[in-house]
Design a protein around this ligand. Structure first.
Ligand code: DPP
Ligand code: ZN
Length: 873
């Protein structure tokens, strides 16, 4: 496999003006006729036309009307090159492909008998020969022909301009996209589907047609996606003055899909998981996911489609920005400050659970990578979630209005272009007259910076100093880090702030300190008492903050901090301290003599019963850091000891707070008609967390409670939570699992849950997973199903995945190899489960290495080879 470098970027030799595609669709043999007009790019000195093409068969090729023979061009496994081409060229290319055999789900493929495409990043080349790179933007016209009975619906990007019958049972549809686009945004669907549709009025008064297309049996699950789409359109108009630029916007759901969804121009194709929901089949988390992903893909229409990426190293230009936009959208949809904080805490949890480990492991890369072997491996939490943090920092530094000015200038300058992360940064800087040169390091330097804080108080001069220092990885330059800070008095209230040599709003109780050098002193004046500092409020930068808080200070913050994120954070620190101590004790002496202090229990009790706090916040404050997050804090990871320690803590809380947990369980019921709104969802989350604590050491009464909840639940959130509580507590859940399966046999997304909850149960070992794989409903070919069972075992069940006998590692190796033969993108994700193998105790490490090496000996896709090679390097 070859490595591609960002520094090697060169502009394309030829630009494409128009693309006319004709498809004769048949599962085993689809014929694609492609007519493209190209012209020499004045910015390039090359005269060679380089087209990409993969897994397609060339039937014939014409250049300006003349048929080319084998000697006139060079064909390799992945390219077709025509040397010394004239400046203006019309190419006519005929190819064939076999969609039904395409299990990679990249390019044109068949899912449940219907045709779909996925072209990002490099799938278009599996459909036809083309300069398949995002800086080649062209206008597309698409003619689809297919059997009418089997594929009554024929869709592509843009507007439908013609349709009709062809005789012999076939029909056609012709689509035209009025906007120039890169090939990765091309899409087609030929399928037997039905739609929910609606006419919607835009802010400028235009009527647009909105459609959500699904298989017939799923028409009862499209309301929320439609509502989310309308909300997204409104939100982008109001927050960024960005309007839908088409007359028609379509969402299509497909059951076999590698990603969450895809923002193809005017024809978004979605994993069913992010479209289909009704109270019976979907949980609150599913509903929230649908809102976020529908928003995300819709927002791409401007941040991604109208302004796209020059090359794939710039992926975060559209992804980081669009994640930030969908995060803001979800927060605004809740509308309250406390609801907004809950979404922010969720984002911090995701970063710590997945991004920090990535940034510290063998696949670490900057938000804008410098090199890759396979671009599909770089659709990562770093590019997406850390990328969103980087965008958020602009807003923190420039303010909401300043950020908006930067966005306006970005579109003014770059509409219709393929640009870079530097172009975005320049727009932010220029619109606000700010120097953001140093900020560039967030794009170029990998790893999570550590910010260390020290403080000193001078009671005589009434000065309080916060000394901030930063360290990145060896050889890195200092970052430009916004550190939001507030000071709490002994009464728990925010103190007024007077920052020396700094500007902030009068009366502000939070200021943003800008740490730009290795170490800086920030002095607050007129401070009447030694305050307790609340540092990194709202998680103002994606860093690890070190500060020597005492337990008493943490308790004070946990009880009083006006910043909900830091309030939550104080609780996490209290818990983490204890979890690490307990883990060390278990490792050294077993689990016989573990103890937990009352201070911690009391703190948990206080937050649990504080009715002034949102239930959603209380739930987050009561969840202990995950086993994965605990592992990241340890030099040498002992997964069994972590699990034992965390379970001990859960059991102890469950027992000590039993009356309060029961009371909250009953107080947070949501009777009446189900609604996924944030308040109701928060109540259910708190109630179900109470249940899971109560079930940590279940006796008959708790078991009954779970069983009752399972049986009387009117929605999937409560039903699945009850079942999970039973399975994960080790209670006998067999009959309930059976009943659940039977009820939802025909709901693929619910059956995914059925597999997932078993895979992540601490009692499920590799042998049990293998047994589940033999279930007739299991298949490796549908990514959702494979992820539900296999990934939930390898990623969400650490104590079993790291079983001392190495049985799960062998299982992992076997399925990385098996999946790679079917779907390299999904296999490469599974391969990442070994990322942190060097952090484990020697005995486990040796077994992990052995499994990695076993995979390495196979003939692998580029995707998996890159992950394995980097892990072993
Ligand atoms: N479909 C993926 C996303 O929206 C890749 N663009 O993030
Ligand atoms: Zn995206």
């Amino acid at each position: 496999p070859t490595t591609i470098y960002r520094k090697d970027y060169t502009p394309p030799a030829f630009l494409v003006d128009t693309v006319e595609l004709g498809f004769d669709l048949a599962p085993a043999r689809t014929v694609v006729a492609n007519r493209i007009t190209l012209r020499q790019n004045p910015a390039s000195s090359s005269h060679d036309i380089v087209l990409h093409g993969e897994s397609i068969e060339l039937v014939q090729l014409r250049l300006n009307g003349t048929r080319l023979e084998a000697g006139d061009y060079t064909l390799t496994e992945s390219t077709l090159t025509i040397r010394k081409a004239p400046a203006d060229v019309v190419l006519e290319i005929e190819t064939v492909c076999a969609p039904v055999e395409n299990t990679t789900l990249s390019g044109l493929y068949v899912s449940n008998g219907n045709f779909f495409t996925q072209c990002e990043a490099e799938g278009f080349r599996r459909i036809t020969f083309f300069p398949d790179r995002p800086d080649v933007m062209a206008k597309y016209t698409v003619m689809l022909r297919a059997d009418k009975a089997a594929y009554p619906v024929l869709l592509s990007n843009g507007n439908l301009i013609e349709e009709g019958d062809l005789g012999d049972g076939r029909h056609y549809a012709k689509w035209e996209d009025p906007f120039k686009k890169p090939s990765y945004l091309f899409a087609l669907v030929a399928a037997k589907l039905v739609c929910q549709e609606e006419t919607f009025k835009l802010a400028d008064g235009r009527d647009v047609l909105l459609q959500v297309w699904v298989e017939e049996g799923n028409l009862d699950k499209t309301d929320y996606a439609m509502q989310s789409l309308k909300n997204s359109i409104r939100w982008d108009e109001e927050r960024f003055n960005l309007e839908l630029d088409l007359d028609r916007f379509m969402i299509v759901a497909v059951g076999d899909f590698n990603m969450g969804a895809m923002e193809n121009k005017g024809l978004n194709i979605f994993n069913t998981k992010f479209v289909l929901a009704n109270p019976r089949t979907a949980t609150d988390i599913d509903f929230a996911g649908i809102e976020a992903v529908v928003g995300h893909e819709y927002f791409h229409n401007w941040t991604g489609n109208r302004v796209t990426c020059r090359d794939w190293f710039q992926l975060s230009l559209k992804e980081g920005l669009t994640v930030f936009r969908d995060q803001e959208f979800s927060a605004d949809m809740i509308g309250t400050d406390s609801g907004r904080a809950v979404t922010r805490i969720d984002q911090v949890r995701t970063l710590r659970q997945a991004q920090f480990p990535e940034d510290a492991g063998p696949m670490a890369h900057p938000v804008r990578p410098d090199s890759f072997v396979e671009i599909n491996n770089f659709y990562t939490v770093t590019v997406y979630e850390k990328g969103a943090e980087v965008v958020r920092m602009y807003q923190t530094l420039l303010g909401r209005d300043g950020f908006r000015k930067g966005m306006d200038l970005y579109f003014e300058r770059h509409d219709g272009q393929a640009v870079t992360c530097d172009d975005f940064r320049a727009a932010m800087a220029d619109a606000n007259d700010r120097d953001l040169a140093q900020f560039e390091r967030w794009y170029s330097q990998a790893g999570t910076p550590v910010v260390t804080a020290r403080t000193r108080y001078d009671a005589v001069k009434r000065n309080f100093d916060i000394i901030l220092s930063q360290r990145g990885q060896a050889g890195q330059q200092p970052f430009h880090i916004p550190v939001a800070v507030g000071l709490l008095g002994a009464n728990g209230k925010d103190l007024p702030l007077t920052l020396e040599n700094g500007k902030h709003e009068k009366g502000a109780t939070t200021v943003v300190l800008e740490l730009t050098t290795q170490e800086q002193i920030f002095r607050f004046r007129n401070v009447d008492e030694r305050p307790i500092p609340s540092i990194l409020r709202d998680f103002s930068a994606p860093v690890i903050l070190e500060y020597d808080y005492t337990d008493a200070e943490l308790l004070h913050l946990f009880n009083h901090d006006s910043d909900p994120v830091n309030r939550w954070e104080a609780g996490q620190r209290l818990a983490m301290e204890r979890l690490l101590k307990l883990t060390a004790q278990v490792a050294a002496h077993g689990d016989g003599n573990l103890k937990l202090d009352n201070t911690f229990i009391n703190a948990m009790r206080t937050v649990l019963t504080d009715e002034t706090l949102d239930p959603a916040f209380r739930e987050l404050a009561l969840i202990l850091p995950s086993e994965t997050i605990i592992a990241e804090q340890m030099e040498v990871v002992d997964p069994q000891a972590i699990h034992t320690a965390r379970q001990f803590l859960r059991r102890t809380i469950g027992a000590a707070l039993k009356p309060e947990l029961l009371a909250q369980y009953h107080a947070n019921q949501t009777p009446g008609e189900y609604s996924p709104d944030a308040l109701s969802a928060g109540k259910r989350a708190l109630k179900n967390l109470c249940l899971s604590y109560l079930m940590a050491t279940p006796d008959m009464a708790e078991l009954k409670l779970s069983q009752q909840q399972f049986e009387s639940a009117t929605n999937m959130t409560d039903r699945s939570a009850a079942l999970v509580a039973m399975i994960h507590s080790g209670a006998e859940a067999g009959p309930y699992l059976k009943a659940f399966y039977k009820d939802f046999e025909n709901e693929a997304l619910v059956i995914d849950k059925w597999f997932a909850m078993q895979a992540s149960a601490p009692t499920t070992d590799a042998a049990a997973v293998r047994k589940l794989m033999a279930h007739p409903a299991f298949t490796l070919k549908t990514p959702n199903r494979a992820r539900a069972l296999i990934f939930n075992f390898t990623n969400a069940n650490p104590s079993q995945f790291h079983a001392a006998d190495g049985s799960a590692y062998a299982f992992w190796a076997e399925y990385v190899i098996k999946l790679d033969a079917i779907n390299p993108q999904v296999a490469a994700r599974l391969a990442r489960a070994m990322d942190r193998w060097r952090r484990y105790a020697p005995a486990l490490q040796a077994k992990m290495k052995q499994a990695l090496e076993q995979v390495a000996t196979q003939k692998l896709s580029n995707d998996v080879a890159e992950v394995i090679t980097k892990a072993l390097a």
